[in-house]
Design a binder for this molecule. Structure first.
Ligand SMILES: [Cu+2]
Length: 158
């Protein structure tokens, strides 16, 4: 009984104090050609308190995963990560050749000039989930393979 009371007090406190917000900057999605079924979304995330990006949802993709690039026997490969730890006040950058949001099973080609709605699902330090909706403009690069590593000099910034 006493334990229960403490637990609920903690929950109330967490609700009142741990209002974590995450600043999302420079979000963009790589444009695709008609035959392409996958693309990447990139952005910078800076949380007000320790948080975790646990999922991303988008109406344009059947499946959305959080990926990282890693060297595997001298070959750059990407793999899914269960979540992204975001440290308070520190900026985590999702960029080509690094961490990215993988949009798969695309329902239509993503054209430059359009924007893609993304719902970012975060978990705060108290494991409470909160979401943030953003619209990421599509950058028309055409061709290429979604989220494949690019040489730094090739990276476009608009
Ligand atoms: Cu990927």
């Amino acid at each position: 009984m006493k334990k229960l009371l403490i637990a609920s007090l903690l929950a109330v406190t967490a609700g009142a104090w741990a209002q974590t917000t995450v600043k999302v900057e420079d979000a963009w999605v790589r444009g695709t050609v008609a035959t392409q079924k996958a693309s990447g979304a990139f952005m910078r995330l800076t949380p007000s308190a320790n948080a975790r990006l646990v999922a991303v949802e988008s109406p344009v993709a059947g499946v959305v995963e959080i990926h990282e690039m890693a060297m595997d026997n001298d070959v750059m490969k990407m793999r899914q990560v269960p979540g992204l730890e975001l440290a308070a006040g520190r900026t985590t950058e999702l960029k080509p050749g690094g961490l990215h949001v993988m949009l798969m099973d695309l329902k239509q080609p993503l054209k430059g000039g359009e924007s893609v709605p993304l719902t970012l699902v975060f978990e705060d330090a108290a494991k409470q989930r909160f979401t943030q909706d953003i619209k990421a403009p599509v950058t028309a690069l055409g061709g290429g393979n979604a989220a494949m590593p690019m040489k730094p000099g090739m990276e476009h910034k608009h």
